[in-house]
Design a protein around this ligand. Structure first.
Ligand SMILES: Nc1ncnc2c1ncn2[C@@H]1O[C@H](COP(=O)(O)OP(=O)(O)OP(=O)(O)O)[C@@H](O)[C@H]1O
Ligand SMILES: [Mg+2]
Length: 469
C-alpha cells in the first residue's frame, strides 16, 4: 500500500525544490547585474584617475601603463583621438602591432555617451578570457581604457549559488526526514479509520472509531460509527427474525401434530375392529371430524398470517359500513353467549352515515377474534362491544368480565401460538394465533391494538383506526 504521508512529502519536496529553483534564478540574475554595475562604476573611477596620472609623453606613457597594470591587476590601453593605440600594458602586444580601436564598442560608447564613458563585456582573444572593458574619453585628446577579467565576478556569483544550493538541499532533506512525523498527525485519524473498518468488515461491529480531530476526518469517523451501529442493529433484527421464524416452524409443527396424532389413534382403533360397533364408530368418527376441523382452522390462521406478512398484505381497501358489521358479528355470537349465561351487548356512538376505509374481510377477522376470545375466556358476567369516534379516529372496544390476563403475559399474548393457559385454550379449540392476527391487521391499517386487563376483573381490548386524511 502507498502511504498518504509519503505521497504528501514527495509533493511538498517537489514544490520546495521548484521554489528554490525560482529563487535561485532571481537571485542569480540580480546579483550578476548588480556586481557588473559596481565593477563598471569602479573601473570608471580607475580610468579617470589613471588619466590624471598618465603622462602625455609617449615613452613615459608606456612605462606608466605598465606600472598601473601591475598595481591594479588590470590591463591599460591608451589611444589617441583617431583610435590608434599609443600605449598598451600587456607586454605581449606592442602598441604599433595593434589595429585601430575606434570601432570597439566601449570606445564608441565613450564617444557618444554624454559623460564620456563607454563599456563592453566581451571575450578577449588576446587573453582568452571574458573581460569587461571601460573606456574614458579624456580632455587630453585621448582614450584611456581599462580592462579587467570577469572571472572574479563569476567566483562571487558561484559562492552565492553554492550557498543557495546547499540551503535548498538541506531544507529538502530536513523535510523528507521530518515530514512523516508531521503528516503522521494528519494521517493518524485515517489510519485509525482504515484499521477499524477492517475490523468491522471482519464482523466486529462493536469496534468504535476513535478520532478526536474536528475536521473532515473526524466527521468521516463519526459517520462510519453511525453506519456500523446501524448495521449492528439491522443484523440483530435479522437474527431475531430468524429466531422468530424458527420458533414459528417448531410451534406450528407441534400444534399440527396434536390433532394428527388424535386422528391417527381413532382411525387405528377403528381399523383394529372397532368399526364393527356402530356406536363406537360414530363417536370416533365425530372426534376425528372435530380434529380435522381444528386442523383446518389452524391451517387457515397460518395462511391468513402469512398473507398479512407478505409484502403487499393482500389488502383490498374500501369504504364500508362498520356499524352494520359490528351488529351482525355480535348477533352471530348471541347464541354462544346465552349458552354460557353471558350478557353480550353492543353500544355505538358513531354516526349512522360513518364509513371506515379499510379491508372489511381483515377487520371482520380481527373483531371476530376479539369477541371469540371474550366469550371463550369469560365464565360469568358480560361482554360489551362499543364503538366511538375519538378525534375522528375510530375506537372499537371489546370488554369482558372474565379472568383477566396476568401483567407478565400481557405483551406476549400477541405472539404467535402464545397462550396463557395452554390446557384451557386448547380445550376450547384455540391455537394461540388469533391475537397475532389481530395485531397484524391493525399494523397494516396503520392502527393499533391496546390492552388493559386486571386479574379477576376482566380484559379490555381497544382497536384504534387512525383518522383518514
Ligand atoms: N379476553 C381474554 N381474557 C382472558 N384471556 C385472554 C383473552 N383473550 C386472549 N386471552 C389469552 O391470550 C391467549 C392468546 O389469545 P389468542 O386469541 O391469540 O389465541 P387463542 O384464543 O388461544 O387461540 P385462537 O384465537 O387461535 O383460536 C389466549 O390463549 C388466552 O390465554
Ligand atoms: Mg382467540
Amino acid at each position: 500500500m502507498k502511504h498518504l504521508s509519503s505521497q504528501i512529502s514527495k509533493v511538498l519536496a517537489g514544490l520546495l525544490l521548484a521554489g528554490f529553483f525560482f529563487l535561485f534564478m532571481v537571485v542569480d540574475g540580480l546579483l550578476k547585474s548588480n556586481l557588473q554595475d559596481q565593477i563598471i562604476y569602479d573601473l570608471r573611477i580607475e580610468a579617470e584617475m589613471a588619466d590624471l596620472y598618465l603622462s602625455t609623453d609617449s615613452v613615459k606613457l608606456q612605462e606608466d601603463v605598465a606600472r598601473l597594470a601591475l598595481l591594479t591587476e588590470s590591463r591599460f590601453t591608451v589611444m589617441d583621438e583617431t583610435g590608434r593605440v599609443v600605449a598598451e600594458s600587456d607586454p605581449a602586444h606592442r602598441p604599433e602591432m595593434l589595429d585601430n580601436h575606434l570601432n570597439r564598442p566601449e570606445i564608441q560608447g565613450a564617444l557618444r555617451g554624454l559623460d564620456g564613458y563607454g563599456y563592453a563585456f566581451r571575450y578577449s582573444h588576446t587573453l582568452n578570457e571574458e573581460l569587461v572593458y571601460v573606456a574614458f574619453k579624456s580632455s587630453k585628446s585621448r582614450f584611456v581604457r581599462i580592462a579587467k577579467k570577469q572571472s572574479f565576478v563569476n567566483s562571487i556569483v558561484w559562492k552565492v549559488r553554492w550557498i543557495v544550493i546547499v540551503i535548498a538541499l538541506l531544507t529538502v532533506a530536513a523535510l523528507l526526514v521530518l515530514m512523516p512525523r508531521l503528516t503522521g498527525r494528519v494521517t493518524k485519524g485515517l489510519t485509525e479509520i482504515v484499521r477499524a473498518s477492517e475490523e468491522i468488515r471482519s464482523g466486529n461491529y462493536d469496534r468504535e472509531i476513535v478520532v478526536k480531530e474536528q475536521n473532515e476526518i473526524g466527521d468521516l469517523a463519526s459517520t462510519l460509527n453511525l453506519m456500523s451501529s446501524k448495521l449492528k442493529e439491522d443484523i440483530q433484527q435479522l437474527r431475531q427474525m430468524q429466531d422468530v421464524r424458527k420458533d414459528f416452524v417448531a410451534n406450528a409443527s407441534h400444534e399440527l401434530k396434536t390433532p394428527i396424532t388424535s386422528i391417527r389413534g381413532y382411525l387405528e382403533t377403528l381399523l383394529d375392529g372397532a368399526y364393527h360397533d356402530e356406536e363406537v364408530s360414530k363417536k370416533f368418527l365425530e372426534r376425528t371430524m372435530s380434529n380435522v376441523v381444528r386442523l383446518e382452522s389452524i391451517v387457515n390462521d397460518m395462511l391468513d398470517l402469512s398473507m398479512l406478512e407478505s409484502r403487499d398484505h393482500g389488502l383490498s381497501l374500501r369504504y364500508f359500513d362498520i356499524g352494520t358489521m359490528l351488529k351482525s358479528l355480535t348477533s352471530d355470537y348471541q347464541e354462544a353467549a346465552r349458552q354460557k349465561g353471558l350478557d353480550l351487548k353492543l353500544t355505538s356512538s358513531i354516526p349512522p352515515e360513518f364509513t371506515l376505509m379499510a379491508d372489511p374481510y381483515q377487520v371482520e377477522k380481527a373483531l371476530f377474534n376479539l369477541i371469540d376470545n371474550a366469550v371463550k375466556y369469560t365464565d360469568s358476567g358480560s361482554v360489551t362491544v362499543s364503538a366511538s369516534l375519538v378525534e375522528q379516529s375510530l375506537h372499537i372496544v371489546v370488554a369482558d368480565t372474565g379472568n383477566g390476563i396476568p401483567p407478565e403475559d400481557q405483551h406476549r399474548i400477541f405472539e404467535r401460538f402464545y397462550r396463557v393457559d395452554k390446557g384451557r385454550s386448547r380445550q376450547l379449540g384455540g391455537s394461540g394465533l388469533g391475537l397475532s392476527i389481530v395485531k397484524h391487521v391493525m399494523e397494516i391499517h396503520q392502527g393499533e391494538v391496546r390492552l388493559q386487563s386486571e386479574i379477576g376483573k376482566g380484559s379490555r381490548f381497544t382497536l384504534i383506526f387512525p383518522a383518514k386524511t
